[in-house]
Design a protein around this ligand. Structure first.
Ligand SMILES: NC(=O)c1ccc[n+]([C@@H]2O[C@H](COP(=O)([O-])OP(=O)(O)OC[C@H]3O[C@@H](n4cnc5c(N)ncnc54)[C@H](OP(=O)(O)O)[C@@H]3O)[C@@H](O)[C@H]2O)c1
Length: 254
């Protein structure tokens, strides 16, 4: 059994992690952290962010799972590095500088950062790569849909899909975010479309079209539990690793 700290404990994903952990025998959540004024989530005590470093010292968790916002995530990464506690972070929307700060922590501790902890997304990424390589010259459009509370756009997962397309094509391309007015498609560009509505957990669709045919690859998360379970699997795996930078594919492949 490993012990976890959860940052963003009162948020949509933090709550899902605590709920999922309660149903498992290999983990327990020792404490939560959140900016919101909440005393506990499902019986797990929740503290303010200023208490985080002290809680790492007093509770000595085996790993921290973070689902917050980029500004907070980089502070938690630095505190985890100082305390020697492995960090799993699913927070998305970092700019380059924020990303580098999280990456720097991996010189001292194991850090696993993933834009999506669904196993199906790992399969989708591999399928996208195979489809792009098999269909050179086809037009590609990426569409993602999330709930109306999501802060960053396009989603971190959509950005990961775009990186996968770039790797598979072996060359840079222009990303066109939505289209309006007179804006004919240019050869090679990839359209990126973002929808925000209701409580949709997360949908990603990649369309490849050409040669009088279209191929559509879609992943749809039905419940936040899929991300929570993946993040917990990642924390269990990461708690045994050496300092370094890891991806969710490392967990799946192992
Ligand atoms: N990798 C994946 O599989 C995956 C899946 C889903 C979501 N995500 C990402 O995870 C992140 C969180 O998503 P969510 O839907 O759970 O968002 P959310 O519901 O807004 O939860 C974020 C929580 O973090 C809290 N918070 C904000 N600033 C903080 C700080 N400085 N210290 C501690 N807590 C702080 C928020 O409190 P306030 O509301 O009071 O600000 C909120 O309770 C987003 O970046 C999202 O894109 C990743």
């Amino acid at each position: 059994m490993i012990r976890l700290g959860v940052t963003g404990a009162a948020g949509r994903m933090g709550e899902a992690v605590i709920e999922t952990a309660a149903g498992r025998e290999d983990v327990e959540v020792a404490f939560g952290i959140d900016a919101a004024d909440v005393e506990d989530v499902q019986g797990v005590p929740v503290y303010k962010p200023a208490a985080f470093a002290d809680l790492l010292d007093s509770h000595e968790p085996d790993a921290v799972i973070d689902f917050t916002v980029p500004d907070a995530a980089i502070e938690f990464a630095t505190d985890c590095a100082d305390a020697g506690v492995p960090l799993v972070t699913g927070t998305t929307g970092h700019d380059d500088l924020q990303f580098e700060t999280v990456a720097a922590a991996s010189e001292q501790i194991p850090v696993l950062k993933a834009t999506n902890f669904a196993r199906g997304i790992q399969a989708l990424l591999r399928t996208v790569s195979a489809a792009v390589e098999a269909l050179p010259g086809y037009d590609i459009e990426v569409t993602e849909t999330h709930h109306n509370g999501k802060r960053d756009a396009p989603s971190g997962t959509a950005n990961t899909i775009l990186e996968e397309i770039e790797d598979a094509r072996g060359e840079d391309f222009e990303e066109v975010y939505g289209r309006e007015g007179l804006q004919p498609r240019e050869a090679g560009e990839v359209g990126v479309h973002v929808r925000r509505a209701g409580d949709i957990r997360g949908e990603h669709e990649i369309m490849l079209a050409g040669n009088d045919e279209a191929v559509t690859l879609t992943h749809r998360a039905e419940d936040r539990g899929v991300f929570a379970a993946g993040a917990i699997d990642a924390a269990v795996w990461l708690s045994d690793q050496d300092p370094g930078w890891y991806e969710f594919a490392d967990v799946i492949d192992s």
